[in-house]
Write a protein that binds this ligand. Sequence first.
Ligand code: FAD
Length: 466
Amino acid sequence: DTDDIETEILVLGAGPGGYSAAFRAADLGKSVTLVERSPMLGGVCLNVGCIPSKALLHAAKVIEDAEAMAEHGLGFAAPQIELEKLRSWKESVVEKLTGGLMALAKQRKVKVVHGAGRFAGSRELEVAGEGGTSRIRFEQAIIAAGSSPATLPFIPVDEPRILDSTGALEIADVPERLLVIGGGIIGLEMATVYHALGSQVTIVEVMDQLIPGADADLVAPLMKRIKERYAAIYLETKVTAIETGETLTVRFDGKGAPDIDQFDKVLVAVGRTPNSGALNLEAAGIAPDERGLIPVDAQLRTATPNIFAIGDIVGQPMLAHKAVHEGKIAAEVAAGKKAALDARVIPSVAYTDPEVAWVGLTENEAKAKGIAYEKAKFPWAASGRALSLGRDEGMTKTLFDPETDRILGCGIVGTNAGDLIAEATLAIEMGADAIDIAATIHPHPTLSETFAFAAEMFDGTITDLM
Ligand code: FAD
């Protein structure tokens, strides 16, 4: 053994959940040790998730916007894409953030230990690092070990032309023909990037719509736009086999798809699996469920009372802002504060073009659960700002409680929907009703007005658009 550490709070995994928990616990006066197997802090989100994808999506947007303006009298030459420079810019964005985390950890005297951790008991963790194995004895632990890309049984291993999201973010090259398996948020975001860079993109999704968690009317404008631009989109279709040869030969089974087609690269984006398998959780008295998720209560406590779990490893939605929120709560509970998970809603965003964002009750969910609602939809064709951006295909839809007029949910599709959904999230948390929203003066001309307009429509002030 190289090292023995005693700590009040051990945090396993330094993604958004883990670093948020570690920092909050340290701010509350606890001694904190943060264990991370990767040399970098920040987890999936900062290194191979949210942040690098958004840097590349920004590049994609610049290309798309420039092309769109050509029709309106502002033409540019075709983009000159220097992949190496684009990659290093993306990496510099990531490094600023991960380096910042190191500094924040140091400032708070959070001890960072690099190595893969596994439990040796309910108060002890073994960490296999470069210099050997260290033992960490802790009073309380917060498991934040996150998730990894899921795969499919027939996917050939060690085939460099078959990528997961991490491989896709490396943009090693721009394949001529790219197949994206999975029409969820991650698959569609990477499709957006590769399409803008010049790939012919095909998407295959087993469900009957893209982004299956969102209402169909929200996804429709996105579907319409990419259908015109992408090589093909196959819904209710499965990939059943991939054969590797000079190209990748892919077999499909489903509606509208050919039996067989050729691709240069394939991105597998079919969901994420929790990283619970390697943690030796049994030693800590914790049994993950059949999907590998760790069951927790509203205080994020596992079956072992001094151990908490947060973020992707406890389940859906696998989103960074959920992990951060849970991390803070677990740290507060561990530090003896009265805290519990009490968020009414967690927003979801697909940073596609157009963006699709939703929060709270969806119509799908309301119908499935028999929840009464009334809706107001404001089409962006009537928004001055949307028209002046040359993007009027968007829509803001708000669901209200017919009895109390309170907002229950909101869905937005269009440019910057991801930023716009924050206001609806706050409105739901505050218990706002239609008048609260409609009577709030919104800056003109902005897309944020569409949220107020939808509330006015519900309230009856605007009727001609319904
Ligand atoms: P993770 O970020 O997975 O971090 C877990 C950490 O634990 C990792 O650093 C891992 O190395 C470490 N670890 C695991 N096992 C061990 C061990 N045994 N010992 C030591 N360390 C260990 N979410 C959003 O909200 N917005 C987005 O725009 C968004 N975009 C995404 C884009 C992509 C391409 C992907 C893949 C994901 C995206 N996500 C996004 C999801 C987001 O990245 C995750 O929800 C978030 O990172 C989960 O945080 P976490 O702290 O639970 O775990």
